[in-house]
Design a protein. Sequence first.
Length: 166
Amino acid sequence: MTPFTADLLILLRRDLRCFIREVESFPDDTSLWRAVPGIRNSAGNLALHVTGNLRHFLGAVFGATGYVRQRDQEFAQREGTRAEVAALLATALRELETGLAALAPDQLEAPFPQELYGLRPPTSRFLLHLATHLAFHLGQAGYLRRALTGEAGATQGMSIAELGEA
């Protein structure tokens, strides 16, 4: 694994662990699937979306996990337990670890293996996009949880301490 992919893995692990804590911090399963006026997606949908995204683009594309993404379902689903959603996030973590471990150093500057909206950016740039995409939706899920529950507490997201991982 290159230093870049090792660092990326640290960030993705941290943010997925935090997303799991966010999901588990909802007071009940029903509230995970609620949204607030003006917001289309629930935290449950956001979790499913990042799970599908990472399992496809890292797990299936590089790790050959065989995962087949159903993007529309990520946004259509409106039920499931916090434990089920947390388990899917944990699965995404295992599969992205597989994908990053399989990524050869020379692939980082090569075009991403799949066309994305008519583009094939360098793989390293798209991997950075995946990390910021995860962080964006993690932040949304945290705000949704606090707006829905009235709880101001955070779930230790974006921990600087976790940057010291090996």
